[in-house]
Design a protein around this ligand. Structure first.
Ligand SMILES: Cc1cc2nc3c(=O)[nH]c(=O)nc-3n(C[C@H](O)[C@H](O)[C@H](O)COP(=O)(O)OP(=O)(O)OC[C@H]3O[C@@H](n4cnc5c(N)ncnc54)[C@H](O)[C@@H]3O)c2cc1C
Length: 416
C-alpha cells in the first residue's frame, strides 16, 4: 500500500477500513542468503538498502524484541554532519544527504526537520577549534556558519550570555542539521524492507552462531536454527554480549545514556542547541516538550534506565545555559545502552570469521548515521568491499594504530 494525501482522504471517508499492516509477520525460513541480527535503525536500513539498492534477496532481520524498542526509539532525534576528521566527515555528510531524500524514497513520514543545530562556544580557544571544524565541514560539502555573540543573541535571546559562569561568545551553526522522529525511522525502513521482500522476524533472539572451520553458516535463535550465507550483526548496546557468542572481544564498552522530556511548552526553541562548557543539548519536539540530555552514566551497565547523579549533572548544564528551564516540569525520562567504542568512532567491517560481519560502536551518535550505516553495511555485504566513505571503520584499527579519535580525548568512553 502506497501512502499519499489521496489515500488519507479516501480512508478518512470510508471509515479507515482499508489500512494494511505496515509489514508482514512471517515464519522464519530454514535458510537465507543474508541474516541481519538486530532490528534497530541500522539493521533495518541495512536490509532495506541490501534489497532495494543492491538487488539482493532472501534476507531476514532477526530482532529479539520488537521493532523500534532499542536505541532507535530511545534517542534524542538529532541529526547533523558536523564532524572534523576526514575518516568521519564524508560519512556523516553522506548520511545527511540520504536523510534529505529519505521520506520520498521509502514513502513514509519520518518528520525529517532540518531546523538547524547550534554548537555554542565559550572561549577563544573553543572558537578557534570550531572554525577549524567548520572549515573541515565545508570542505566535505557540508554547511557551516560561524556566529558571534550578537548572532547567537539574535537566534536565542533568552540564553544566559553574560552572567553565566561560562559566557557565550558565539556558536557554529549547521543549518541543515535538525531532528527526525526516531521511531518513524525504524517503521519506515521496516516497511520499505518488507515491501522489497525482506522477512522481519520479531521476538527472535540470536542465542549463538553456527561456526565451523572458521566460517559462519548460520545462527541459533529462540525460534530455532537458521542457516545463512552471510550473517551481519548490528545490535548497538548489545554488541559485546552478542559477539562474545562468536568468541570475539570488542574494543567497546556499554554505558547508559539518559534522555529527558519536559511538559509541553509554547514554541521557544526553533532548532537544536548544545552547551559548549559542559555536556547538555536541547531541542523542542513538535508536541512542545523540551527534549534534552547530556553525559553517559559513569560506569558500565546493561540496564536501560539511568541514575540520579547524571540527572543532576544534566539539569545543571540546562540551568547554566537557559535558566528558565528550571521552571519547566520534567514529564518523562528513560535510558538506552550505548556501545561506546574507545576512540568514539564506529565499525563497519568483516570479522576474522568467514561470513560474519559486524556493525557497531556508534556511541551517542548512531541515530544520525542510520541511513549511511545501513547503506555502507549493505555495500560491504553485497560487494565484499567497504563503501568509499566507510573505509576507515575497521575492527583492527586499535591493533595498527589507526584510531579515529574525533575529539582527541584518548581511550576513555565517557569523554567521547
Ligand atoms: C538517550 C539517547 C539519546 C541519543 N541521542 C542521539 C542523537 O540525538 N543523535 C544520534 O545520532 N544518536 C543518538 N543516540 C544514539 C543512537 O540512538 C544509537 O547509536 C543508534 O540508535 C544505535 O543503532 P540502532 O538504531 O541500530 O540500535 P537499536 O535500536 O538499539 O538496535 C539494536 C537492536 O538489536 C536487538 N538485539 C540485541 N541483541 C539481540 C540478539 N541477541 N538477537 C536479536 N536482536 C538483538 C535489540 O533488541 C535492538 O532492537 C542516542 C541514544 C540514546 C540512548
Amino acid at each position: 500500500m502506497r501512502y499519499s494525501a489521496l489515500r488519507v482522504l479516501k480512508e478518512g471517508l470510508t471509515g479507515n477500513k482499508g489500512w494494511k499492516p505496515a509489514w508482514r509477520d512471517p515464519e522464519p525460513q530454514k535458510n537465507y542468503d543474508f541474516i541481519i541480527v538486530g532490528g534497530g535503525g541500522h539493521g533495518l536500513a541495512t536490509a532495506y538498502y541490501l534489497a532495494k539498492t543492491f538487488g539482493q534477496s532472501k534476507i531476514a532481520v532477526l530482532e529479539k524484541g520488537w521493532i523500534g524498542g532499542g536505541n532507535v526509539g530511545r534517542n534524542t532525534t538529532i541529526i547533523r554532519s558536523n564532524y572534523m576528521l576526514p575518516e568521519n566527515q564524508p560519512f556523516y555528510e553522506f548520511s545527511m544527504q540520504l536523510w534529505e531524500g529519505l521520506e520520498q524514497e521509502f514513502n513514509y513520514n519520518a518528520m525529517v526537520s532540518q531546523r538547524g543545530i547550534l554548537n555554542l562556544f565559550h572561549s577563544d580557544n573553543q572558537r578557534d577549534a570550531f572554525i577549524r571544524r567548520g572549515n573541515a565541514m565545508i570542505m566535505s560539502g557540508a554547511d557551516a556558519v560561524l556566529l558571534d555573540q550578537d548572532g547567537v543573541r539574535g537566534m536565542y535571546p533568552f540564553l544566559d550570555f553574560d552572567n553565566a559562569r561560562f559566557p557565550i561568545k558565539g556558536g557554529l551553526v549547521q543549518p541543515r542539521g535538525g531532528t527526525v522522529r526516531h521511531d518513524a525511522v525504524a517503521w519506515g525502513y521496516a516497511r520499505g524492507a518488507d515491501r522489497n521482500g525482506v522477512d522481519i522476524l520479531q521476538n527472535c533472539e540470536v542465542t549463538g552462531f553456527q561456526i565451523s572451520d572458521g566460517v559462519c553458516t548460520g545462527v541459533e535463535t529462540s525460534r530455532g536454527p537458521i542457516g545463512a550465507k552471510k550473517v551481519a550483526v548490528c545490535v548497538a548496546g548489545s554488541s559485546s554480549r552478542v559477539m562474545a557468542k562468536a568468541d570475539m572481544r570488542l574494543p567497546i564498552e556499554s554505558h547508559v545514556l539518559q534522555a529527558f522530556v519536559s511538559e509541553g511548552l509554547k514554541p521557544v526553541l526553533s532548532g537544536v542547541v548544545t552547551f559548549g562548557a559542559g555536556h547538555f543539548y536541547v531541542s523542542q519536539s513538535d508536541k512542545g516538550g523540551l527534549v534534552f540530555g547530556g553525559d553517559i552514566d559513569g560506569y558500565n551497565s546493561y540496564a536501560q534506565r539511568g541514575n540520579l547523579p547524571v540527572v543532576e549533572d544534566v539539569c545543571e548544564g540546562g540551568m547554566a545555559l537557559m535558566p528558565m528551564i528550571g521552571r519547566a516540569r520534567l514529564l518523562r525520562m528513560w535510558g538506552g545502552i550505548m556501545d561506546m567504542s574507545l576512540d568514539g568512532s564506529p565499525f563497519i567491517d568483516k570479522t576474522h570469521i568467514g561470513g560474519l560481519y559486524f556493525n557497531g560502536g556508534w556511541c551517542y551518535g548512531g541515530f544520525k548515521a542510520t541511513p549511511a550505516s545501513g547503506y555502507c553495511y549493505a555495500h560491504l555485504l553485497a560487494t565484499g568491499e567497504p563503501h568509499e566513505v566507510a573505509t576507515s571503520f575497521r575492527l583492527d584499527r586499535f591493533l595498527n594504530g589507526h584510531m579515529i579519535d574525533e575529539k582527541g580525548q584518548g581511550a576513555q568512553a565517557n569523554l567521547h
